[in-house]
Design a protein around this ligand. Sequence first.
Ligand SMILES: Cc1ncc(COP(=O)(O)O)c(C=O)c1O
Length: 433
Amino acid sequence: MTGPRQLDLLARETAHLAPGASEESALGRRVFTEGRGAVLTDLDGNQYIDLAAGTLTQSLGHCHPEVVAALTEQAARLWNVHDFSTAGRAELCDLLARLLPEQLDTYGFFSTGAEVVEAALRAVQAVAEPGRNRIGALRHGFHGKTQGARMLVHWDIGNQAHAGNSILGYSPYCYRCPLDLEHPSCGVRCATLVRKHIAEKPNVSALVFEPVLGAAGVIVPPPGYWEQIGDACRDNGVLLVADEVLTGGGRTGTFLAGEQFGLEPDLVALSKGMASGFPFAVLAGRSDVLRHPDAARAGSTASTYANNPLGIAAARATLEVVARDTLIDNVRSLGELLGERLAELHARFDVLGDVRGLGLLHGLEFVRSRETREPAPDIARAVYLTALDLGLRTSIGGHIIRLAPPFTIDRALLDEGVTLLGRAVERVTEATR
Ligand SMILES: Cc1ncc(COP(=O)(O)O)c(C=O)c1O
């Protein structure tokens, strides 16, 4: 339960605060005061294992000492000189060149996920051949809440988005196959249809996609999906724009999730895993796209907070630790443990219709019955709240709970977190029996 000091504060701010918070904070009603590693503390002194890592931002956990030191040092020195070069930027460029696939050798620096998606869209529009005035995207994709990002997906959180200039392909949502087929006998027909679309629509300039769809509930594509679509884009002159805002930076066990599917994108948007929760985003691209004279016009990568020295300091420190401490290896080994423990929960509880994931990114789909697969958001909400009361923070969206622990969490704490989650599911299923 939310403690008395938190309830007091929440009641006070309600008088002025605009509604519209995320489902997880509106439901969870907690006031957090401190984060250390994978543990959060609230105003009443309760502690929580944070298996949501901030908003999937805290790859190094909360307040990693090296990131705190880098930010403190920069904060005492210089905060904003528009997009002039500062001491850390060249080093950040070198670091990204080491971590990213070779073809992605040109970078622009922004503040948020939606902002970097918009920057990618501007680059696509700048280099598109005449007549290629449409953009491909995937059903169930999410790219942010700015108008361009919303126009890609034709749906939005709680609203009807403006149907935009995009053409939508099937996402690889095997648990709820849009074609009513079963993998592998389907032959990955969803991908075949996307491929056909791409080949038949000469007006498409780019496909904007999440290699693993995050907000939709961690949809991991089956083998063959991206291989087919990637080839179709290459063969038809369609740019591949990977939105790795959520997956980039090692979250799935490789620096880019797309590396695991043989994807060679032309542009990549990165944000959450870049700077330990400081607002920061990176557009990485092939030099012939980002240095194309029409994409590189004066001001095309500038904005008030783009290239912000504090963001650059936080990103440098974060990525240096990820590289030096080989944390992406941790993601793979901890991810195995997490996958095994979640498979046990799946075997134990019928309300868990599907459990899936890659590396340290997992989604649990709650259903009313395994036969009908009817989504059960009420059960997911009850599990989410019970887990919070037991001292575990997860993230929720509709009938799906997502887990994305820090890369630095120790095995025992991760194990304890999953045990608490199991206890929460047990309590909820007993109460509804
Ligand atoms: C894949 C993806 N793209 C873009 C965004 C938008 O990022 P932001 O909320 O920083 O604007 C998100 C946010 O969750 C995301 O998951």
